[in-house]
Ligand binder design. Structure first.
Ligand code: NDP
Length: 244
């Protein structure tokens, strides 16, 4: 299936590393003009070395005002990927207010804020658009020590559904991808220990974790016109984990 984003402008958050970085590069390869947003300048520098057409924006998305200022001149955006997220692991009884606020401020509040900024422009231009949140299997399945992270992804999926409801009449589609473990920096942090990873992997019918490209391909599909009647869905990229 050929997907072209020629003539489209895309914004990807958390584009410095992992899934976000690969998504930004894939979108550029498919012809989109890409705005890459992340908080580590060195990652943006290396990304631009890899793909000089990418426009870098360095901002901490947990900072509402700084995000507003950083994105005010980005111009029209047709495709948005809310990918930036943080994780921290702790038993439920040890969760602190700081850990709660730090994760919600990026994983949910920043996704809402960047979506508002982009969707206002999409609505004003009347040309529609497509938004994908990078959620997780953990939105729908409890994982030990993941109380806050799971809660952020559950909230993100519900935010996605309300956005799909309210933005649909403006030809703006909103969907989520819900991957299983991917061995990025974040994946390694949570799942490097084989004693933890193997029981989880054994519950995946396909028998292995996801690759970055598996997630990127699902994001590209949901962004593209190939999914033009798909709105308000959570798309598992999990080898069947959530089905069982
Ligand atoms: P990584 O940790 O590899 O990359 C996350 C990116 O987001 C980094 O570039 C990071 O920048 C950026 N980021 C984090 N916080 C902020 C912030 N406050 N402001 C701006 N940028 C920020 O994660 P993955 O690629 O693994 O994850 C991408 C998405 O996929 C996330 O939404 C994650 O929850 C989801 N996911 C991941 C899974 C996995 O197993 N890896 C499984 C299921 C879902 P910096 O490094 O500078 O902080």
């Amino acid at each position: 299936m050929e997907i072209s984003f020629a003539g489209k402008r895309a914004l990807v958050t958390g584009a410095g590393k992992g899934i976000g970085r690969a998504t930004a590069l894939a979108l550029a390869r498919c012809g989109a003009k890409v705005v890459a947003v992340t908080r580590t300048q060195a990652d943006l520098d290396s990304l631009m070395e890899e793909c000089s057409s990418i426009t870098p924006v360095c901002v901490d998305l947990a900072d509402w005002d700084a995000t507003e200022a950083a994105l005010q001149d980005i111009g029209p955006i047709d495709l948005l990927v809310n990918n930036a997220a943080r994780i921290s692991l702790q038993p439920f009884l040890e969760v602190t207010p700081d850990q709660f606020d730090q994760l919600f401020s990026v994983n949910v509040k920043a996704a809402l804020h960047v979506s508002q900024i982009v969707a206002r422009g999409m609505k004003a231009r009347g040309a529609g658009g497509s938004i994908v949140h990078v959620s997780s299997q953990s939105a729908q399945c409890a994982l030990k020590d993941h109380a806050v992270y799971c809660a952020t992804k559950g909230a993100l999926d519900m935010l996605m559904k309300v956005m799909a409801l309210e933005l649909g009449p403006h030809k703006i589609r909103v969907n989520s991808v819900n991957p299983t473990v991917v061995m990025t920096d974040m994946g390694r942090l949570a799942w490097s220990d084989p004693k933890k990873a193997e029981p989880l992997m054994s519950r995946i019918p396909l028998g292995h974790f996801a690759e970055v490209e598996d997630v990127v391909n699902s994001i590209l599909f949901l962004l593209s016109d190939k999914s033009s009647m798909t709105n308000g869905v959570t798309l598992p990229v999990d080898g069947g984990f959530l089905a069982c």
